[in-house]
Design a protein around this ligand. Structure first.
Ligand SMILES: [Zn+2]
Length: 97
C-alpha cells in the first residue's frame, strides 16, 4: 500500500462525524444493535462504511479526539491506535490543529 499524504481533509472528517452522529441517533431510536456509519478516516475519496455496535460507537463519540475508521484506513503517524476490532479500528487524533 502506498502512503497517502494528499486528500486528507480534517473538515471532511468533522462533517462525517456530524453525519454519523445523526445515523447513530436514528439507530438508537430504532433499537438497532449495530449501526453503519461512514469511515471517519478523512480521506476525501473514501466513501466506505463501518459496521459498529451502537453502544461501541456512542462510546467512541464521547471523545472528540477519537474516530472510527475502517481497518487499514488509519494514518500511521497521525493517529494513535486505541482499539482494533473486527473490520474497524478506533484511533485517537494526536493533535487537533
Ligand atoms: Zn476511510
Amino acid at each position: 500500500m502506498t502512503s497517502v499524504t494528499n486528500g486528507i481533509s480534517r473538515g471532511r472528517q468533522a462533517l462525517r462525524r456530524d453525519v454519523n452522529k445523526r445515523i447513530s441517533e436514528v439507530g438508537a431510536g430504532s433499537e438497532a444493535e449495530v449501526v453503519e456509519v461512514f469511515c471517519e478516516c478523512g480521506h476525501v475519496r473514501c466513501a466506505d462504511r463501518v459496521r459498529i455496535a451502537t453502544e461501541a460507537y456512542e462510546q467512541v463519540r464521547t471523545s472528540a479526539a477519537c474516530f472510527v475508521v475502517r481497518s487499514g484506513h488509519e494514518e500511521t503517524g497521525a493517529d494513535q491506535l486505541v482499539a482494533r476490532h473486527n473490520g474497524y479500528v478506533v484511533v485517537e487524533r494526536k493533535s487537533r490543529r
